[in-house]
Write a protein that binds this ligand. Structure first.
Ligand code: NAD
Length: 405
């Protein structure tokens, strides 16, 4: 109790703090309130109604940040039909969307056949526009086209790579959000850097001060990650197989030791390369006692946790289950810790929140503006699987600056 407070006063203070009448709001509402750009666009769409009479179909992670986007499209007059991506659908989000009158097909699943069925059911509605995340919708459209489709958007790099060879079969405008410079610097650089740094703290509750941190990969995500740890008083090294990226890291003031030296000296190793087997069992001999390994790359193949677990040098794998931390005890007494089983750490472990709301607000503002552009019927098939038009990037950047200056 604070000095000078009587017991009675203390009890009253606690009651006042915990029982102040207020509505019980959810994270969905917090996120919605925090998306300043989407709120401004929704207010405009209520007047301009760019999607009047149109149905938008989407297959995207159904989690709180997506709600803000879907409610913005609804404000623009769209009827919405939604399903999730594999393994990321949050039941509370589905309930919320259904209460808002949005048709949600299926639910959380890791079963690819079930997910494929949801995609078919969604396309049975023959939406006028598609908002895709990973290419599941447009890949199916390439096989089973229908006449009323105007085109749409694709959120990711992996979706772009998948859809590019199908451009001829799709033959409609599809704008790729990931290729906007805004997405590259706002999400991949700043937000991934911050959220991987936050993940290290959230999982471990360990300090970063004076720690030797090695970041594998100096692309957009690696740049942000290296900067966040450096700003938190760690000594950061960078390893990148591309000599130009490694040179950039060097000129940015990071040490760029050879791979083996960088592994041997690290207290924390972060992989953000997009490539497989960055760290494998063959590195166990070099890793420092107590090292913490985490991955930020899309696939859980950057750190071969299963291979390490199975190595003869490991005498006992142990798990802090609730923390999402696994420890491999080695025969020579060293202990190697990994976070979230090598999955993207910012989406794994206890209370994973993913990238910041502001970065998603920017990305989803690009989504809303691109769908508005496709709905305007001013684009043709030459705009199939192409980056966000420059004027939309400029419009979204100016709007964000106006709101946040
Ligand atoms: N966690 C998230 O929320 C999130 C968000 C966006 C992207 N990502 C993922 O992060 C990964 C990196 O994305 P990016 O935009 O920085 O990619 P990028 O292509 O810009 O950068 C990757 C870098 O890794 C380097 N690299 C590749 N193989 C390497 C190796 N064997 N050793 C050392 N360096 C190597 C490349 O030379 C390149 O400089 C991708 O898998 C991407 O999908 C994750």
């Amino acid at each position: 109790m604070a000095p000078g407070l009587s017991c009675r006063h203390h009890r009253q203070t606690v009651r006042t703090l915990t029982m102040t009448p207020s509505s019980h709001l959810s994270r969905i509402e917090w996120v919605g309130q925090s998306c300043a750009l989407l709120r401004a666009i929704a207010a405009e769409f209520e007047t301009t109604r760019p999607f009047n009479g149109l149905t938008i179909g989407t297959a995207i992670h159904l989690e709180p940040k997506t709600v803000a986007l879907l409610m913005t499209l609804k404000a623009g007059g769209a009827k919405l039909v939604a399903t999730g991506n594999l393994n990321s659908t949050q039941p509370a989000t589905v309930d919320y969307l259904r209460r808002e009158g949005i048709t949600v097909i299926g639910g959380q699943t890791t079963d690819e056949a079930a997910h494929s069925g949801f995609i078919n059911q969604l396309l049975d509605h023959q939406p006028d526009l598609l908002l895709d995340n990973g290419g599941d919708l447009f890949a199916r459209v390439a096989e089973r086209p229908y006449g009323s489709l105007l085109g749409g958007t694709e959120e990711t790099t992996s979706g772009r790579a998948r859809l590019q060879p199908m451009r001829g079969a799709i033959g409609l405008p599809v704008l790729v959000i990931n290729d906007s410079p805004i997405k590259q610097f706002a999400e991949n650089r700043h937000a991934v850097g911050q959220s991987l740094f936050e993940s290290y703290m959230r999982f471990t509750n360990r300090s970063t001060n004076g720690k030797r941190v090695t970041v594998f990969g100096y692309g957009a995500c690696g740049k942000g990650t290296a900067a966040c740890f450096r700003n938190a008083y760690s000594a950061v090294s960078v390893v990148d197989i591309d000599p130009i990226s490694a040179l950039e890291a060097h000129l940015d003031g990071f040490s760029t030791p050879r791979r083996d030296d960088a592994i041997r000296s690290a207290d924390v190793i972060v992989t953000v390369t997009g490539s497989a087997n960055i760290l494998t069992a063959s590195d166990l001999a070099a890793l420092k006692d107590g090292v913490i390994l985490l991955n930020g790359g899309h696939f859980p193949h950057e750190i071969d946790i299963a291979g390490m677990r199975a190595d003869a040098a490991v005498v006992s794998p142990e798990s802090y289950v609730d923390e999402g931390i696994e420890t491999l005890a080695l025969a020579d007494g060293r202990r190697i810790h990994s976070l979230g089983a090598g999955h993207m750490a910012n989406l794994a472990g206890p209370r994973a929140l993913g990238n910041s709301v502001e970065s998603m607000d920017l990305g989803f503002a690009l989504q809303a503006r691109c769908l508005e552009r496709v709905a305007s019927r001013t684009l043709d098939a030459s705009m199939c699987v192409v980056p966000v038009p420059g004027d939309i990037d400029a419009m979204v950047a100016s709007a964000y600056l106006e709101l946040h200056r």
